[in-house]
Design a binder for this molecule. Structure first.
Ligand code: SF4
Length: 485
């Protein structure tokens, strides 16, 4: 009997994660035992496991791997695709890299973190290829492309091609939608890429104002319908401010009718152009464009919960596959009763739990080649204090070095234990196990000099009872939905 690793699995070994089967389609690293890994090295179709030289332990490991669906029987000569074969990397594993391939944009959104416009900088195609080589050398399986607006690059199809040629999955393209065309989607299909699309959409009747472009709302709708028509997954993102805070449910319903699968609502970040005083500073002092206070944000999000579930009751199911209401709630159509509070930790996490696990697994690379925990930290205001932070340029410190043993890696490796040691007041707080200091990225954004400070947003949400109120509203709404089903 011969075996081979099933497609799309790849056999991989990284520092700290030495025995892994990588499921490229789901971006999942499946850990296997050392014995299973040794067996998998023989599962390339070349070894007959019935030969007496193959020990009972290897046969047992093969049986276990068959049961787990990781390998399949094959005939002589039916080997692996080249990318499936074992590769070892000296660096830590990164699941996907969020990458700004440009700082340019065809819009002038009032809240753009990077104050992007038509004149922003971007790496040349040659530099893009060099970065793609670095990504490949680290075994990073996927990139999520963003900007600026990535589609303003005339050579965007060439970027797609050079990534695909290196076997790098394009997991997501973030866009304002205005430049999404059938031609782009054809090009992706030809390359065998089916990325998810993240389309910014800041509310029915509100989008044009925030985006600074008449017709932006119609363009986003057109793009979402086009993408959904090609069965590509669309997540819309909505940034909440005083002017659109009551439009969440109406927007969710409109997006669902256009074919979007998810809506991710987040609060306004006081960064970039929102603070620069360009385009609308006078309006920002009025109610229409003001940043919401934390209590206003919580009130607006909690008010949306019953209305959204009532729409679900009327329609026989929640309108979107997934609705995220900032830090307060994730509601899923597949399991409306299984509510998730994003700001809340499980409460059972050990003290060694890495607080920036997601940021370590999915860091962000800016257009000028700086490796950072999150795109939120790429704001123009924040960048002024950047030189004191361990966010290296990969043109000076190669990506592999950044991901092997570096100040960057240590900065995203902070644990709950580190946090509690630095914050004795939090250690004594009744919410500490559920909160663990909130988001490290929020805290860094507020005060780059104190990356271990409490996150003021999540702190207030816990201490003022907003988290519990969100849970109560969602539980009641989900129960009503269940009862009327
Ligand atoms: S709620 Fe505030 S004080 Fe309590 S653990 Fe969280 S950050 Fe610390």
């Amino acid at each position: 009997m011969r075996y081979r690793l099933r497609r799309p699995f790849r056999l991989r070994s990284w520092k700290g994660l030495p025995h892994v089967v990588l499921d490229v389609d789901r971006l999942r690293a499946i850990p296997v035992s050392e014995a299973e890994f040794a067996c998998l090295e023989l599962c390339d179709g070349s070894v007959d496991f019935d030969l007496p030289a193959v020990g009972a332990d290897l046969r047992q490991a093969a049986a276990d791997l068959m049961r787990r669906g990781l390998i399949e029987a094959c005939e002589p000569g039916e080997g692996l695709a080249p990318e499936q074969a074992l590769r070892r990397y000296p660096n830590r594993y990164v699941r996907q890299l969020h990458w700004s391939v440009t700082n340019r944009c065809n819009y002038r959104c009032r809240h753009c973190l990077m104050s992007a416009d038509a004149t922003g900088s971007e790496p040349s195609l040659e530099d893009v290829a060099a970065i793609a080589d670095q990504i490949f050398a680290c075994g990073i399986p996927a990139v999520a492309l963003t900007g600026g607006e990535p589609l303003v690059r005339r050579d965007f199809p060439a970027i797609l091609e050079l990534l695909s040629r290196r076997g790098i999955l394009i997991s997501t393209i973030s866009t304002n939608g205005s430049l999404v065309t059938e031609g782009l989607l054809d090009a992706l299909e030809e390359l065998g890429q089916r990325p998810d699309f993240v389309v910014s959409f800041d509310g029915v009747g509100h989008h044009d104002w925030l985006r600074g472009v008449p017709g932006a709302e119609a363009a986003a709708e057109r793009a979402i319908r086009l993408l959904a028509g090609r069965d590509l997954r669309v997540t819309a993102t909505m940034t909440l401010h005083a002017g659109n805070a009551d439009a969440v449910v109406e927007t969710a319903l409109a997006l669902a009718s256009w074919g979007a699968r998810e809506l991710d609502v987040s609060d306004m970040c006081d960064e970039g152009r929102w603070l620069d005083g360009e385009d609308g500073s006078t309006e920002r002092t009025a109610s229409a464009g003001r940043t919401l206070s934390i209590s206003e944000l919580a009130e607006a999000l909690i008010a949306a919960i019953p209305a959204y579930f009532e729409a679900g009751i009327a329609a026989g199911g929640l309108p979107l596959e997934r609705l995220r209401l900032g830090p307060l709630l994730i509601a899923r159509a597949s399991r409306p009763e299984a509510l998730i509070i994003p700001a809340e930790r499980s409460g059972s996490e050990p003290d060694r739990f890495p607080l920036m696990r997601r940021e370590r697994l999915e860091p962000y690379l800016s257009a000028d080649g700086r490796l950072m925990p999150s795109m939120v930290l790429a704001g123009t205001e924040f960048a002024k204090g950047l030189r004191n932070l361990p966010y290296p340029s990969i043109w000076e410190t190669p990506l592999q070095e950044c991901l092997t043993d570096s100040p960057f890696l240590r900065s995203v490796g902070v644990t709950a234990e580190d946090y509690l040691r630095a914050n004795p007041a939090c250690a004594a707080c009744p919410h500490v196990r559920r909160c663990l200091g909130g988001s490290r990225v929020n805290a860094i954004l507020v005060d780059p000099a104190h990356p271990l400070a409490p996150d003021p947003i999540v702190c207030e949400l816990f201490r003022e009872g907003w988290i519990d109120r969100a849970r109560a509203a969602a539980t009641a709404a989900a129960r009503l939905m269940e009862e009327t089903a």
